[in-house]
Every structure is written in structure tokens, then in C-alpha cells.
Ligand binder design. Structure first.
Ligand code: HEM
Length: 449
């Protein structure tokens, strides 16, 4: 009986460094050598899986043969706290998910559509003809303001602005160094060496964010308003089976989770989409023709169903998925997978990146071809940018909707161009991925149909 599948033999420290610096390159090299399943030693052996049947096995029975523990999600704890749906597991995770899911249900999306277009227009109004701007910064501003409105309701206040600013500092691109990534994986390195040290800066920004969120919670407890339907109000009114409401600390951690998971990922997806659309003239032409044929951009049900816009968004999240992996699953009872017998305790990661790069599913996988999504349908285990099973992304409908509304709003009003047409590659950005260098664009002219 073979124990762990295709164990990589390079010294452990080299594997960890490679993982920190170039996770996608490392996964690709291993897949080339070993195929659909292999084991890396990242402090503990971790089995990487990119075979759709095996992914189906993991994600469809992940409460019976597998579990989604929280101890491997501790890398998220410094940022999101220990009461976040991401860092909880078992029954506590299930309960918290139930509380969080309703505001993200597909039916509620139309409520957010107007906010999404309005915020996009606000940010676009700052762009000037021929003056380059950073796409990522612009998309981050849009996505952050949108999630702020969804979470806190439609309001502009000094506190909202302060929260936005503090979250931007927490996620500042310039702080995203290999040292910061190492600190996330190795808690022993999380040392506060003063306000200018990487961890010191992070702790101070986080304390500021916590203080602002606590003030908001406090104010709402003191002045309850039953007419509000924003996510924070829904969470504050929710109670568990014993009739207990969420504590301030629980509320704070869930707010951090929604605000951070809810905007960084979508902003990166949008940045890539804008890059590809303007990099490839034939893609731009087809998409523009489809959008120009739409008489009413606020007819969100029609917008959502536009086939080419949908294919562009799908291909964007296929080629360089923002989340390159599912959260870990652990084997609970002995299972057989890809010809290997896996023992209880084995840690598995679904490699979204490698699955999306499979030649057998996506011929010429390095090419951006939205047509793939018009020509065939992919199963949820062949195409899984939002993961699957008990930890499937709760923001799936929200993010897909937001990408479409923002792209349609921009393309229907402005003609943009990339400042340089050089290729942009994906790289690690903390625990997710993003473009390896800033992408700059400029407005050429208002769009005319
Ligand atoms: C393009 C945008 C996004 C991408 C690519 C993305 C991707 C993912 C992935 C891959 C997972 C892990 C799933 C698994 O392990 O099976 C996840 C989980 C999660 N996502 Fe997203 N996400 C996006 C947007 C959002 C938004 C807008 C929100 C909230 C408003 C959100 C909130 C979450 C939460 C709370 C979880 C953890 C769920 C749990 O542990 O039960 N995400 N996301």
C-alpha cells in the first residue's frame, strides 16, 4: 500500500521558500512531473489535488469522509480574528454560515445593482483623458465602497471613510512582501518591533480598524433602527438556537471577514478582466458589441445573462484564479483517491489553479479564450474559482454580479486603453494572487455607440 501520493523529495525548507515566493510555478512544476496528485512538505505533508473526480469526492462528501478544519486556516486569524466564519470549523462554522448566507443570496443582488453602478460612476468621474491611473487602485476603491454599502447600509460618514482608509492601509500593496507572507505562516515571526516594523504597522492598523468597527456596533446598540436592512443590522438582530445574539467580538470578526474577503478578491478579478479586455482587441470588440446592444444597463436580469460578458468573467477567473486553492480538507475515515489509500489525518488542498490549467479541459490553457465557456459547460469540479462544498465562497453571486455591473458601467461610458501592452503575469499577493506589477490605463474618449 502506497502511503502519501508522489511525495516531493526536495528539502523541506526549499519547498517552503518556493511556496512563499512562487506557489503557482511550484504547483505547475509538480503537476508536470507527478500529474493529478502530489505531496509537498509545507511544515506538514500536504496533498495537492487537481483531478476533477477526486475534487468531486472531496467536495461532495466533505462532512463524512473529510472535514474542513479551522486549524489550517489560522493563517487568516491575525487579519480576520478567531470568530470569523473562515477560522471556525464544525458546528460553529455551520451556524455562522447560516447567519451570513441570506444577504448574499442571488435574489438580493438587484438591491445592490444600483449601488454598484453608482459607486463605479463616482470612481470613473475622477479619471481624466490621457492621464494614466492604476486599475487595481480604482477597482479596489469601487469594490471596497460597494461592500461597505452592503455591510453598513447606504450612508456616507466620517467613520465610513476612516474604515475605508484603514482597510486600504491593512491591505497596502507595498506591505505585501515575502516577509509578511512568512509571518502569516510562522506565528513565531509575528513580533511587534515598533510602529515602522512590518508586524508593528499591521497591528496598529488592525487596532484602528477594530476600534472603528466597535464604535459602529456600539452606536447601533444604543440607537437601534428596525428599518435598516444592511448586513450588519441583520447580523445584530440574528440569534442562535438558544436565543443568544452575536457578541461584539463575533460581530467585529465577521465584519472584518466580509469587508476584506468581500472586496480584495473582487477587485483583483475586475483588474484582470479589464486587462484582458483591453489587451485583446477581438475580445473588446465582441464584448462592446454585446453591451452596446443593451438598451437599459439597469435591467440587471438581462445584463446577468449576457453570454459573452459571462464568458469573459468566467475566463478571467479561470486563467488566473484569485484564490489558487480551496481551504484545506482533512481525511476523516480511510479513503481511496487516484489509486492511493489515504489515512485519517491526511491534509488535502484542491488546486483551483492546476485544475483550471488542465490541457484536457482547457486546450491551450495559457491563452485567454472566453469562447471556451460558450462552447461547452464545465462541471463544478472542473471549474471552481469559488471552491465548493461546505466552505464554498458565500460571496459567489455577489462577486459575479459585481464584476458584470462594473464592467458594463465602464465600457458603456468610456473608451480606455492600456498604457503599455506588456504581458502581466500572476503572483502571490499575501494569501491570494494578483498581477505581478501595477496595470495602468488611460481614458481615450467618452464611448460612443
Ligand atoms: C472574485 C471574487 C471572489 C473569489 C475568486 C472568491 C474565492 C473564494 C474561494 C476559493 C473560497 C474558498 C472555498 C473553499 O474552500 O471551497 C472562498 C471562501 C469565502 N469567500 Fe470568497 N471569493 C470572492 C468574493 C467574495 C465576496 C464578495 C465575499 C463576501 C462578500 C466572499 C466571502 C467569502 C467567505 C466568507 C468565505 C469562507 C466561507 C467558509 O469558510 O465557509 N468572497 N472565496
Amino acid at each position: 500500500m502506497r502511503k502519501l501520493p508522489n511525495t516531493v523529495r526536495t528539502p523541506g525548507l526549499i519547498q517552503i521558500l518556493h511556496w512563499i515566493l512562487s506557489p503557482m510555478g511550484q504547483m505547475e512544476a509538480c503537476a508536470k512531473r507527478y500529474g493529478d496528485i502530489f505531496t509537498l512538505n509545507l511544515m506538514r505533508p500536504v496533498v495537492f489535488v487537481s483531478n476533477p473526480q477526486a475534487l468531486q469526492q472531496i467536495l461532495t462528501s466533505d462532512t463524512k469522509e473529510f472535514e474542513a478544519p479551522s486549524d489550517w486556516n489560522t493563517v487568516f486569524e491575525p487579519m480576520l480574528g478567531k470568530n470569523s466564519v473562515i477560522t471556525l470549523s464544525g458546528e460553529a462554522h455551520r451556524r455562522q454560515r447560516q447567519l451570513l448566507m441570506p444577504p448574499f443570496h442571488g435574489d438580493r443582488m438587484k438591491v445592490y445593482g444600483q449601488v454598484m453602478s453608482q459607486v463605479t460612476e463616482e470612481v470613473m468621474s475622477q479619471w481624466q483623458i490621457d492621464k494614466p491611473f492604476s486599475v487595481r487602485n480604482a477597482m479596489q476603491a469601487i469594490a471596497l465602497r460597494v461592500i461597505m454599502q452592503a455591510v453598513f447600509g447606504l450612508y456616507n460618514s466620517d467613520r465610513a471613510e476612516e474604515i475605508e482608509k484603514t482597510l486600504c492601509l491593512l491591505l497596502d500593496e507595498r506591505e505585501n512582501t515575502p516577509i509578511r507572507v512568512l509571518q502569516l505562516y510562522f506565528p513565531a515571526l509575528q513580533k511587534d518591533l515598533g510602529p515602522q516594523s512590518p508586524w508593528g504597522k499591521f497591528l496598529r492598523n488592525r487596532a484602528k480598524a477594530h476600534q472603528l468597527l466597535q464604535e459602529e456596533i456600539q452606536e447601533r446598540r444604543e440607537q437601534p433602527d428596525a428599518s435598516r436592512t444592511d448586513i450588519l443590522s441583520l447580523l445584530m438582530a440574528a440569534t442562535d438556537e438558544d436565543g443568544q445574539p452575536m457578541t461584539d467580538e463575533e460581530l467585529r470578526d465577521e465584519l472584518m471577514t466580509l469587508l476584506i474577503a468581500g472586496h480584495e478578491t473582487t477587485a483583483t478579478g475586475l483588474t484582470w478582466a479589464i486587462y484582458w479586455i483591453h489587451k485583446l482587441p477581438e475580445v473588446k470588440e465582441k464584448l462592446q458589441a454585446e453591451l452596446d446592444s443593451l438598451s437599459d444597463l439597469t435591467d440587471y436580469s438581462t445584463l446577468l445573462k449576457l453570454p459573452y460578458l459571462n464568458a469573459v468573467c468566467c475566463e478571467t477567473l479561470r486563467i488566473y484564479p484569485v484564490g489558487m486553492l480551496t481551504f484545506p480538507r482533512v481525511v476523516k475515515t480511510p479513503v481511496s483517491m487516484c489509486g492511493y489509500d489515504l489515512k485519517p489525518g491526511t491534509i488535502l488542498l484542491g488546486s483551483i489553479y492546476l485544475t483550471h490549467q488542465r490541457e484536457d479541459l482547457y486546450p491551450e490553457p495559457k491563452l485567454f479564450k472566453p469562447e471556451r465557456f460558450l462552447e461547452r459547460q464545465f462541471s463544478p469540479y472542473e471549474y471552481l474559482p469559488f471552491g465548493g462544498g461546505v466552505r464554498r465562497c458565500i460571496g459567489t453571486a455577489f462577486a459575479q454580479f459585481e464584476m458584470k455591473v462594473v464592467l458594463a458601467t465602464i465600457l458603456s461610458q468610456l473608451d480606455l486603453a492600456l498604457v503599455t501592452k506588456n504581458d502581466i503575469k500572476p503572483k502571490r499577493r499575501g494569501l491570494v494572487t494578483g498581477p505581478h506589477r501595477p496595470i495602468e490605463m488611460a481614458v481615450i474618449s467618452p464611448h460612443q455607440v
